[in-house]
Write a protein that binds this ligand. Structure first.
Ligand code: ME8
Length: 658
């Protein structure tokens, strides 16, 4: 099949609750990949949606005293609103109650029945309503469902079965022949391990008498379709599949899917049920099934609607902005790995990567252009070795970014842009445009600021699929449109020169920083914490409370005068041998020997970024041994528990700071 369309799917989500950060995660990842492929020039079809049948949804409708159809019609509004709020550019929103889907499921059942792929049998097993599946006696843990820990019911009933077992060998052969089919590798191994045991057949019906909320069987009025058999077919029903050569012509352009994103919780249903269903229908398998990891709450517990510890996505977006949320989810953990979510972790990454690094780079470039160059985009100048170095890095970053995005390594792609942004800030510090301005080197000043603006622009052109809003915002400040940015990206991917996109003489606009810094937790989240604290029993007083009380409201000048502050230059920086948050620095404070200082700044700075920084040192602090390493002083830094940035000063080592 010559499928011209790049097709990506997410799972379709149960409408038994509101969307949380986990659902947002899969959908944002798919949206980012879809935006990236569109930017690359591909014809993309991106589908997400809701899974509306089955016991869980029926139960919720009953709890709300509503008919299942009214319940799903009401819930889907919240899901679609959340998707819109997350900037999700789906091409189709699937609902399994849609007539096209129902017709496709019934046609597939009929075709499989006609071909002898289905049979009726009586089954005795333990049914878990929470997991919507049967277990055998030996699967149970303490008599409960092994997945949900909830009660199971003994059920003996006659049902329809799909001859899934007949496809086991073919499936194993496919997995072995296509190493990139199930990703990451660990998930592929998990499926191969599962397939080492004999595969059973799949029960695909529910007696209407017990559970009527499903798609009716076309050839047996006593049954409705098992929700998973129904739901999995969504991936081909909307693209126009019908069995027996009845598929719409566009189906051949779309299927097989290029990427099907799922969470690791639904690996078996996709890697085994879905693939064997496709084989039975005579269809090719998707090119890649990617099972990403699980977001857990800060205490390491699985986030789930029933545990009540879900993170509110709307609250996050309302507090930090959509682009920051999209960035955080994709940057914080490797795609495929698990991660713990905490609001503090969010705040720290936001301030470090977005406010201090990316936002600051753009804002510095724009402000200096306005202040010293009349707000006109300056002309480039003859490149120095600093310019050559940053150009080399930018070329490499474009390649690393593209490889990351193509391979669904979002974290790797974003780290590449982070390297460029940090190098941009360092370039400013090294080239010292303030000195160039003071000394009247106008041509070099212009060239330096041009490079700074080009680097900021490149970063946000690359980041557009992740942060579409902020990308457009910066482009506008530089007098560019999204169309210009798309053309720049395509030229770069075709091997064009980096840092040569902007137009000399354009009026630039400074405006507000792209990412305002948050000195403390945004109000709405702080209020949530306060509420939780008020509801919790009062904590036992700790010994350290006295020290934690903070400084007194006033001190005398004599108190202050006891502190010797000196300018210093960082000469070396290395990780502490015994603590991940600490770095061991060598700092020149104008004395014959550099001082060794242990600083808790590893979460904010990489050692390589520190060398050459002009910092402020508390020079008369009594030496202390910190985790086995002597520290002869302390650096001044902003931030509470987590460092936001070092205090920097434009002065020679040893200079008194007051
Ligand atoms: O399973 N971390 O729907 P569902 C990361 N309807 N991702 C998470 C997550 C978390 N804590 N929680 C949920 C279903 N997800 C079926 C799918 S498809 C034919 C039918 C994401 O509402 C992740 O993608 O339980 C997971 O696979 C999906 O939501 C499950 O959503």
């Amino acid at each position: 099949m010559a499928d011209a369309t790049w097709y990506i799917t997410t799972p379709i989500y149960y409408v038994n609750g509101r969307p949380h950060v986990g659902h947002a995660y899969t959908t944002i990842a798919a949206d980012t990949a879809a935006r990236w492929q569109r930017a690359r020039g591909r014809d993309v079809f991106f589908m997400t949606g809701t899974d509306e049948h089955g016991q869980k949804v029926l139960q919720k409708a009953q709890e709300r005293g509503m008919s299942p159809q009214d319940h799903v019609d009401d819930m889907v509004v919240h899901w679609q609103r959340t998707m819109a709020g997350l900037g999700i550019t789906y091409d189709h929103f699937m609902r399994t109650t849609d007539a096209r889907h129902v017709a496709c499921v019934q046609a597939c059942l009929q075709a499989l029945h006609d071909r002898g792929e289905l049979y009726q049998d009586t089954y005795v097993g333990w049914y878990s309503p929470a997991a919507e599946r049967f277990w055998t006696e030996k699967d149970l843990v303490d008599g409960k469902c092994p997945d949900t820990g909830q009660a199971v019911e003994k059920v003996e009933e006659t049902n329809w079965f799909f001859r899934m077992s007949a496809y086991q060998e073919r499936l194993v052969a496919h997995l072995e022949a296509h190493p990139g089919f199930i990703r990451p590798e660990s998930r592929r191994n998990e499926v191969l391990g599962f397939l080492r045991k004999p595969l059973g057949d799949l029960c695909i019906s529910r007696p209407r008498a017990r559970m009527a909320w499903g798609i009716p069987f076309p050839f047996d009025p006593d049954y409705v379709t098992y929700v998973w058999f129904d739901a999995l077919l969504n991936y081909i029903s909307e693209p126009g599949f019908l069995p027996g050569g009845q598929a719409e012509p566009r189906f051949a352009d779309t299927w097989p899917a290029d990427v099907q994103l799922i969470g690791k919780d639904i690996l078996t249903t996709h890697a085994v049920y879905w693939t064997t269903m496709l084989m039975a229908l005579g269809l090719p398998l998707p090119r890649c099934l990617f099972a990403h990891g699980w977001w857990m709450s800060a205490d390491g517990a699985k986030m789930s609607k029933s545990l009540g510890n879900v993170i509110d996505v709307d609250l996050l977006v309302g507090s930090f902005g959509l682009d920051a949320v999209r960035y955080f989810l994709l940057r914080e953990i490797a795609f495929g790995a698990d991660g713990q979510f905490s609001y503090e972790g969010f705040l720290t990454r936001y301030n470090a990567d977005l406010a201090n690094d990316l936002g600051n780079l753009a804002h510095r470039g724009l402000t200096m252009t306005r202040n010293w160059l009349d707000g006109k985009l300056p002309a480039p100048g003859p490149p120095t070795s600093d310019d050559a170095a940053i150009t080399r890095l930018a070329t490499e970053v474009v390649q690393r970014f593209a490889a990351g995005m193509d391979g669904l390594d979002f974290q790797g792609a974003l780290m590449a842009v982070g390297d460029l942004v940090r190098a941009g800030n360092k370039y400013i510090d090294t080239c010292a445009p303030w000195t160039l301005n003071k000394e009247g080197h106008t041509a070099r000043l212009a060239a330096v600021l041009r490079t700074v603006l080009e680097v900021s622009h490149l970063a946000l052109v690359l980041l557009a699929p992740v942060m579409p809003g902020k990308s457009t915002e910066l482009l506008a400040k530089l007098g560019r449109t999204e169309g210009d940015a798309a053309a720049t990206l395509r030229a770069l991917l075709d091997g064009g020169e980096v840092l040569q996109a902007l137009t000399t003489g354009t009026e630039v606009e400074v405006g507000d920083p792209l990412f305002p810094r948050f000195r403390e937790m945004p109000e709405a989240i702080a209020a949530l914490f306060a509420e939780a604290e008020a509801a919790a029993p009062p904590p036992k007083p700790k010994k350290k409370d006295k020290q934690a009380a903070g400084p007194p409201a006033t001190i005398t000048f004599d108190d202050f005068a006891k502190v010797a502050l000196r300018a210093g230059t960082i000469l070396e920086a290395a990780p502490h041998p015994d603590a991940t948050k600490l770095l061991v620095l060598k700092v020149d404070v104008g004395e014959p020997e550099p001082r060794q200082i242990v600083a808790g700044i590893a979460t904010r700075y990489a050692p390589a970024d520190l060398v050459g920084l002009h910092v402020v040192v508390v020079a008369n602090l009594a030496p202390a041994t910190i985790r086995g390493v002597e520290s002869q002083g302390m650096l001044l830094a902003a931030g509470g528990k987590e460092v936001v940035g070092l205090v920097q000063v434009d002065a020679d080592p040893g200079e008194v700071v007051r």
